[in-house]
Design a protein. Structure first.
Length: 501
């Protein structure tokens, strides 16, 4: 287990410079594996938000960013992708040290972040409007223009990847950004800000402000010079962001929580379904909004499926996330660890049958970290707390079902609608269920992935708008309509129009 990591100092990125907070305050950021301090980070406040927003405003209104051609912006975004690939191992290690993600997943996240920047670099020159046929001597067309200053607030479970998801489309469209990373995991977002400068993105275009959400996030949402807010995180915080942004009628996009169903039918390839279901709930220690945390098993295969699933879940290797052989690391914080264990106790008190885990590991070398064993509850009722609320940890609820109508009703009986997975070899059934389930992202015979080419977002209280794909460019551009009169005739607007009035 890695210990004794050097404590580094990190400052705010405002207007192209790394600077201390106006208050001079800092906060400590920890390694979740050992709860040792690995960094002291400048703690932004309202004054810093104002400085950063004004810098972003100047960069948009007066700086070179808005005057660059799409190809010039694209060249810089591609350079960001190149640097991410060049520094993949360094960034993956920083990610793992700060959020506890296993190193294999951190490498994948850095690679995915690079792919995201490259994807939007390729789309920077493809943000176009349309020409509209008119009845009369008129030319009517639309253009898509950037909003201006975008406030972006990202979570702690995928720090560098969520920063890329937010920054890349916003920058491709020509916006400037004030980015607030989660207080638990600020390091890689700050490094990414430095990479943007190195790649030639002008000063003031990307600003990064670590600090508490109730102060920094709130100030960004309320600032009158911010045109657009994009947030990823829990649903309750999303509600608060909507309220805070309402005073200035900001455009808001939200990617929020989920309680996604994972449905297995008897005709599925059960080995494939078991393996995919393990990944869908336990990857990233269950700390993902898309985690398939409600496993609906047809009653005819319940016992056979569970025997294999539990045996494989029990063999998941928990340990030091910097070890390439580790398959599950710690949760991001002691607070999150205690929260998850609180849900475990609640499930037991409500009558769910604990089949696996439900506690911290017994191994002595894991006691300093925020580890929770893979946990499986069986014969859960859909109205239990464990099946209704987002746990955000390695905890699975197993719910047997009898037929399609019952499982659709159960799957849809939630405030969330982020994702769902269906395991079946009946192609008609697969498409029928995909149509009936109210969720934004459906996978069939495949676990959860989010490539940049495909849109991502939820129904119901799982969010507003779609990230990734071309759809994300709609989040960061607004439509302007232009109409041109082409007639040679002179109109008498208060008399008779040509052709009568």
């Amino acid at each position: 287990m890695a210990v004794g990591t050097e404590v580094k100092e990190y400052q705010l990125l405002i207007d192209g410079q790394f600077v201390p907070a106006a208050s001079g305050e800092t906060f400590e950021t920890l390694n979740p594996t050992t709860n040792e301090v690995i960094g002291r980070v400048a703690r932004a406040g309202k004054e810093d938000v104002d400085r950063a927003v004004r810098a972003a405003r100047r960069a948009f209104d007066e700086g070179p960013w808005g005057r660059m051609t799409p190809n010039e912006r694209a060249r810089r975004l591609r350079r960001v992708a190149e640097i991410l690939r060049e520094r993949q191992e360094e960034l993956a290690r920083l990610e793992t040290l700060n959020c506890g993600k296993i190193i294999v997943e951190s490498r994948m996240d850095v690679a995915s972040a690079a792919n995201c920047f490259e994807y939007y670099a390729n789309l920077a020159g493809q943000i176009w409007g349309e020409t509209i046929p008119m009845n009369g001597p008129l030319l009517d067309y639309t253009v898509r223009e950037p909003y201006g200053v975008c406030g972006q607030i990202i979570p702690w479970n995928f720090p560098i990847l969520m920063a890329a998801w937010k920054l890349a489309p916003a920058l491709a469209a020509g916006n400037t950004v004030v980015l607030k990373p989660a207080s638990y995991t600020p390091i890689t977002a700050l490094v990414l800000g430095q990479i943007c400068l190195e790649a030639g993105i002008p000063e003031g275009v990307v600003n990064v402000l670590p600090g508490p959400g109730n102060e920094v996030g709130a100030a960004i949402c309320e600032h009158p010079m911010v045109d657009k807010i994009a947030f990823t995180g829990e649903t309750e915080t999303g509600r608060q962001i909507l309220r805070l942004s309402a005073g200035t009628i900001k455009k808001v996009s939200l990617e929020l929580g989920g309680k996604s169903p994972n449905i297995v039918f008897p005709d599925a390839n059960l080995e494939e379904a078991v393996n995919g279901s393990l990944f869908a709930v336990f990857s990233n220690a269950g700390q993902r909004c898309t985690a398939r945390t409600r496993l609906f098993l047809h009653e005819s295969i319940h016992d056979r499926f569970m025997d294999d699933f539990l045996a494989k879940a029990a063999r998941i290797r928990i340990g030091d996330p910097l070890d390439d052989t580790t398959q599950m690391g710690p949760l991001v914080s002691r607070r999150q660890c205690e929260r998850v264990l609180g849900y475990v106790e609640k499930a037991r008190s409500e009558g769910a049958e604990l089949r696996l885990g439900g506690k911290r590991p017994d191994k002595a070398d894991l006691q300093r970290g925020n580890f929770v064993e893979p946990t499986v509850f069986d014969y859960v009722r859909n109205d239990m707390t464990i099946a209704r609320e987002e746990v955000f940890g390695p905890v699975l609820s197993v719910i047997p079902f009898r037929d399609e109508d019952e499982v659709v009703a159960l799957a849809n009986n939630t405030i969330y609608g982020l994702g769902a997975t269906i395991w079946t070899n009946d192609i008609k059934r697969a498409h029928k269920l995909a149509a009936r389930i109210r969720a934004g992202n459906i996978s069939i015979n495949y676990p959860v992935i989010n490539p940049p080419e495909a849109p991502f977002g939820g129904f119901k209280q799982s969010g507003i708008g779609r990230e990734l794909s071309r759809h994300a460019l709609d989040l960061y551009t607004q439509v302007k309509n232009v109409v041109v009169g082409l007639s040679e005739e002179v109109f008498d607007w208060y008399g008779r129009w040509p052709g009568g009035r």
